[in-house]
Structures are given as structure tokens and as C-alpha cells.
Design a protein around this ligand. Structure first.
Ligand SMILES: [Zn+2]
Ligand SMILES: [Zn+2]
Length: 274
């Protein structure tokens, strides 16, 4: 048991195509992954789940879509006012593609594959296939706990399987039900974009990814970035549940569905369970 053996807290502040934000911290240091909803909402929702004073030492950005980075400009100034300027970590591709109003003060560039120290946390980014310049997923290591956030990818890759399999808690995209998408109201081009190799994971694809990545480390699985039009929580839960039951893991893994309009969590992960 190390110096930092204590509970890690994870809160999915918001998840879905109208805004994404996840908090990961241990009471002494913490990060946000993405900031795609209004800064006031981020702060209000964190306060509502008891994380109003939780430390935010960096914001880790996945890609330039506004549902992930829309608040970066306002948030960077709000955090600076709260005490100290906070770095926004992102790839050069993402930084170069930000809309002017989303540009935060204090961008720190990373390359996909980098691991960066944020206080005693280690933040690791890795490439994912998505229709933006240089998108990444993130893992955060605190002590011997690893938390992963993997959303906005068009297909599972070996690398993503590998990264997911090392997580104690993972937020994984279950974007759409393939039948609901096909029959739904979206125009043809948008359906094709979502289905493409650089769009979003369907429930079926996410279940395949989970099958390949499932390891005894995984204790908490949060289904994320559900489409409000083209998915239902029960469909996503059924897809994930089938994988866990087939592997005999359903009693060991807690499954939750992240929401667009309210925070879920904080979920606790023990740092000393190995
Ligand atoms: Zn998104
Ligand atoms: Zn996206």
C-alpha cells in the first residue's frame, strides 16, 4: 500500500451528444476529462454530488467536437479565478481545430501515446478512430487504480482493447442500437457517419470490444455517450449484461448508465485492492 492509498472517485458529470465531462480524483488531486457542457452546469453538478471543492489540476481533452470541448474557454477562466490556472491537455490536431470561442488559456500539447504527470496522477492518452484531426482516449492512473474513458470511436481497435483491459473502472461508449439508428429520423448522411469506422460504437460493437477486453480487474462499467434518438438504456444494458453473464462476471462488475442531464456518481474505487 503506497503513500496514496485512498479511494478514487469518479463522477460522470454528463455524457451524450449534448455534452461530455467526467471527473476523476482522490481528494488531493483530480482531473476533468472533456468539458462539453456549460461551465456553470459542470460546477453545479459537481457540487450536487459532493465534489464542489474537489481539486481540478488539469482538463484532459479527447477531441475538438463541441460536445467535448465547448466550455474550454469559459472553464479555463473560471478555474483560474478559483485559484490557479489549469492546463488543458490535448493533441496538436485537436488544438488546431478548436473553434475560437472554445480556446482555453494554458493549452499543453500531448502526443497520442504520451503519459503525463498531473501531481501524483498519471494521465495517458492513446489514439482512437473518430472523424476528427487527432482524437484520443484517456486513462488516468492513481496509485494502482486505472480509470479509462473510451468514447467517440467508430470501431474497436487492438490498442483500445488493450487499454480497456487494464482498467478498474471504465466509461465505454454504447452509442446506438443499430436497428433504432436505421429506422430512426436521422438523415441518410448522418446515419452513415455514425455507422462508419470513424463514427460511434453501436451497442453490438461495444459488446464485442467488452468481450475482448474483459479482465478480472474491471469492477465498474459505465455505459456512456448513449444517443437519445437512437438508443435506449435498456438496450445498452442488455448488450453489456449479455457479455458479463457469458463470462461469468456479472456478479463482479457493477454496471451503470451515464446520463446527459444529470451527474452519475461519485463511484468509489479502492486503490489497495490488489
Ligand atoms: Zn461526442
Ligand atoms: Zn466526437
Amino acid at each position: 500500500m503506497g503513500l496514496f492509498a485512498r479511494d478514487v472517485q469518479v463522477c460522470v458529470v454528463s455524457s451524450g451528444s449534448s455534452g461530455n465531462c467526467t471527473y476523476i480524483g482522490d481528494g488531493h488531486a483530480g482531473v476533468l476529462i472533456d468539458c462539453g457542457l456549460a461551465t456553470k452546469q459542470v460546477m453545479t453538478r459537481l457540487a450536487e454530488v459532493g465534489l464542489g471543492d474537489a481539486p481540478i489540476d488539469a482538463v484532459l481533452v479527447t477531441h475538438e467536437h463541441s460536445d467535448h470541448v465547448g466550455a474550454a474557454g469559459v472553464l479555463s477562466r473560471a478555474l483560474a479565478k478559483r485559484g490557479k490556472p489549469v492546463p488543458f491537455l490535448m493533441t496538436a490536431g485537436t488544438a488546431g481545430a478548436l473553434q475560437p470561442r472554445c480556446v482555453p488559456d494554458g493549452i499543453e500539447l500531448v502526443e497520442a501515446g504520451d503519459t503525463v504527470e498531473v501531481r501524483h496522477l498519471r494521465a495517458e492518452c492513446f489514439p482512437v478512430p473518430h472523424d476528427t484531426r487527432d482524437p484520443v482516449g484517456w486513462r488516468v492512473h492513481i496509485g494502482n487504480v486505472t480509470i479509462g474513458v473510451v468514447t467517440d470511436l467508430g470501431r474497436p481497435t487492438r490498442l483500445v482493447v488493450d487499454k480497456l483491459s487494464g482498467c478498474d473502472l471504465a466509461v465505454l461508449e454504447f452509442n446506438h442500437d443499430e436497428d433504432l439508428l436505421l429506422e430512426g429520423p436521422y438523415p441518410y448522411w448522418l446515419k452513415q457517419r455514425i455507422k462508419s469506422n470513424h463514427g460511434h460504437l453501436s451497442n453490438r460493437q461495444a459488446a464485442e470490444l467488452l468481450t475482448d477486453a474483459l479482465s478480472p480487474r474491471l469492477r465498474t462499467l459505465i455505459l456512456g455517450h448513449l444517443s437519445e434518438e437512437n438508443n435506449r438504456p435498456e438496450h445498452a444494458l442488455a448488450a453489456a449484461g449479455a457479455v458479463l453473464r457469458a463470462a461469468g462476471a456479472h456478479e463482479h462488475v457493477a454496471v451503470h448508465v451515464a446520463e446527459q442531464h444529470r451527474a452519475r456518481g461519485p463511484f468509489q474505487v479502492r486503490t489497495d485492492h490488489w
